[in-house]
Each structure stands twice: as structure tokens, then as C-alpha cells.
Write a protein that binds this ligand. Structure first.
Ligand SMILES: [Zn+2]
Length: 394
């Protein structure tokens, strides 16, 4: 039996009778995460436009940062001097870091150099990439990713993987899949050498291929990772594909390990789909990106539904004189103080304040939805809640 950190634990309080949904508590050295829970993304140690006090006001319990970006800037040496990512950004709750695998895979064969660098080659050894800042070359390996994540000091960290990119040929997909198994094993060994104080999640890959997904998960379970993450494009935008992908491994998912969905999309509908299939935590960048573009979430009480994707577009002229808040049913800071007309004006004039106000509402909205889901699981009423939100069975 592998000796794991004493301070990381996963306790399931209640499991839904009809689905795999569960209300649990993930205990970490920096506090508890009551699940199911959403983690906003602080790519470069900042959730855009929001500081930690704003995030707490929005009921956020955890944030996820990106290894790849932080490695390039400000660099690990600087973050090390602050004692890790959380003290550096003054966030006093639990944190998650990804492994850099997603960026490496996504950038391979793409010309994104100006933004975040360029991947020169991917071999079994690792991914060689050049920095967008000074052109310097770096080799990211499973061992290196573990070392960086060790210094960043998040409570939950991810194995180094190579998700299957959209641009990959069939041959490249198989290579990437096999490589991911090797890289995850090396991540696991490196993590143990570093003292296994953080909770390392193995990432299942394989896209929508049932055989690959199952092979990937079986490998993770055999190896003994403390947690499981589902990665890849098929966990992204489309709730139907997310459902199918999660269903391919439903019978293999263990009851005693947390499941994180990387980049779970699809708004409230996607969240219900994921939670009903055992997702405990998830991150997503579109919730705040939508906010910055004027798309604000509304509750079913406001007329939010699957068709309008539970959102309104505040850029529209019809809101120019609207004195209501985004949602009269929302208790967030923005809705308590500001009108749709004011926010419309801020979007119209591109005032920076709107990024903060809009992001606060969208994060608060999703966190409120997660609270409602958790309560309904505990009360045995998830089915009823899903009916209100989705107007259909889960
Ligand atoms: Zn609000």
C-alpha cells in the first residue's frame, strides 16, 4: 500500500440513488473542497480581473493554475522564493495545477509562438519547446513537470500527459496515447521520489475511443494514483459527447477516489451531465471568458434554459435602459449593486471595471449552481433539480 499524504482525503457523504452523482469533501492541507465544485482558472496565478477577496466573495473554494505558463513567466525560481503559487498570489485556499501536457499537445504543429511559445518536437523523452519571451529552448519531461508542480506547491497536481490533439493523424494519436501511459508512470515515480505530499491525479486520455479510455483508466487504477482526471477535447464543449465519453468508463470509476474533469464545458447542462456521471471537481475557462465578452448567466427563474444556454448578451441594445440587475435572484456583489443598463454601458465603452463585475457574477452563478446541486444530492432531490434546470431527465 502506497503511503499517501495524511492531509489529503476524500470522503463521500452521499451518493445519488439514480446516478453516479455524489456529495463529497476533499480535504487538503489548505482547506476543504465541498463537492461537486467548480474551480476557476488562474492561468498565470490570476483569475483575470479578480483578486482572492473577490473569489471568496463569489464562494470559490479552489483555483487551478497552469504549470506551463508559470514556468515561462515569472519562472519557478521567483515563485519558489514566495513559498509557492498560493502565497505568491495571496490565495489562502486549496489549489490545483495542471501538468503542462495540454499546452504542449495543443501547441504542437500550431503556430501560436507569439502568445505562449512553440513546441519544436515531442518524443518519448519529453516535449521540446521554445519560449515566446526570449526564444530559449526548454525540455518539459514528466520528471520536470513533477518538479515544477512540487515547487508551485498546489494541493492537487496532474500527471504529465499528451492529450490527443485535433490536428493529429491516426498514427500520431496512437503514439500520443501510448506515450501518455509511459509519461504518467514516470510522473508517478518522480512524484514518489519528491515525497508524494501533494495529491497526484492520473489523467485518462483516449478521446471518445472506448477501448483506449478504459485502458487508460485501468492503468491509472493499477498504478495507484490518489485521484483521477478526465482530459481531452471530448470533455469540452458538447454535453452529449461528454456524456458518451464518461459513460465509456462508468463501471470502472472507483467510489473512493475523486474525479476531476479538465476543462468541463457546456455550461449548466454540461455540469449536470458531468456531475451525474461522478465528476467531483472541474475547471473551465469559458465561464469567465463568456463574462468578459458580455455573456452573463441567468437562472431558470429568470428564463434561463438549455435553448438560451442560461445566458443573456449584455452587449445588446435592448439592455441600454434596463434597470434590473443581471438576475433579481442573484445575491452576488454585481447584482446587489449594479443594473444591466450600467453594465451594458461599460461593455459599450470597454471600461475595465466590467471585466471584474461580469466575472464575479458568472463565477458566483456557477458556484451557486454547484451548491444547489450538492444540497439536492444530500436531500435525495437531484432528479427534481435537474428537471427544473434541464426540463428533462438526467
Ligand atoms: Zn449576480
Amino acid at each position: 500500500m502506497l503511503k499517501q499524504s495524511k492531509v489529503f482525503s476524500f470522503w463521500v457523504r452521499k451518493v445519488d440513488k439514480e446516478t453516479r452523482a455524489r456529495a463529497a469533501v476533499i480535504s487538503t492541507p489548505h482547506g476543504e473542497i465541498k463537492t461537486p465544485a467548480f474551480s476557476p482558472v488562474a492561468t498565470r496565478a490570476s483569475v483575470r480581473a479578480l483578486d482572492p477577496a473577490d473569489l471568496k466573495k463569489c464562494k470559490s473554494q479552489v483555483v487551478l493554475a497552469n504549470t506551463y505558463h508559470l514556468y515561462l513567466t515569472p519562472g519557478i525560481e521567483i515563485i519558489k522564493k514566495f513559498g509557492g503559487l498560493a502565497p505568491f498570489m495571496q490565495w489562502n485556499g486549496p489549489t490545483i495545477t495542471d501538468s503542462g501536457g495540454y499546452q504542449v499537445s495543443f501547441l504542437w504543429g500550431q503556430n501560436e509562438e507569439e502568445k505562449i511559445g512553440r513546441v519544436v518536437s515531442i518524443t518519448d523523452r519529453g516535449a521540446l519547446f521554445s519560449s515566446h519571451i526570449d526564444g530559449s529552448r526548454h525540455l518539459l519531461t514528466p520528471e520536470k513537470s513533477m518538479e515544477i508542480q512540487h515547487i508551485l506547491g498546489a494541493d492537487i497536481i496532474m500527471a504529465f500527459d499528451q492529450p490527443l490533439g485535433r490536428q493529429y493523424s491516426d498514427k500520431q494519436k496512437i503514439e500520443a496515447f501510448e506515450r501518455t501511459l509511459k509519461w504518467e508512470e514516470r510522473s508517478f515515480v518522480a512524484w514518489k521520489k519528491l515525497g508524494n505530499k501533494q495529491a497526484l491525479y492520473g489523467i485518462t486520455q483516449g478521446d471518445t475511443d472506448k477501448r483506449l479510455r478504459r485502458k487508460s483508466l485501468e492503468f491509472i487504477l493499477q498504478t495507484g494514483f490518489p485521484g483521477i482526471a478526465m482530459g481531452g477535447e471530448s470533455i469540452g464543449k458538447d454535453p452529449k459527447i461528454t456524456a458518451d465519453t464518461l459513460d465509456t468508463v462508468a463501471d470502472l470509476l472507483p467510489d473512493d477516489k475523486p474525479l476531476h474533469a479538465l476543462g468541463l464545458g457546456g455550461g449548466p447542462e454540461g455540469i449536470f451531465v458531468g456531475v451525474a456521471r461522478g465528476v467531483d471537481t472541474f475547471d473551465n475557462t469559458s465561464i469567465t471568458r463568456l463574462a468578459r465578452n458580455g455573456w452573463l448567466f441567468i437562472y431558470p427563474e429568470d428564463g434561463g434554459n438549455i435553448k438560451n444556454k442560461f445566458r443573456i448578451d449584455l452587449n445588446k441594445r435592448k439592455f441600454a435602459e434596463d434597470k434590473k440587475s443581471i438576475s433579481p435572484y442573484c445575491d452576488c456583489y454585481t447584482c446587489q449593486n449594479f443594473s444591466r443598463a450600467y453594465l451594458h454601458h461599460l461593455f459599450n465603452t470597454k471600461e475595465l471595471l466590467v471585466f471584474r463585475l461580469a466575472s464575479m457574477h458568472n463565477i458566483y452563478f456557477i458556484n451557486t449552481l454547484m451548491e444547489r446541486i450538492r444540497k439536492s444530492i444530500i436531500a435525495g432531490e437531484l432528479k427534481d433539480l435537474a428537471k427544473v434546470w434541464l426540463d428533462k431527465k438526467l
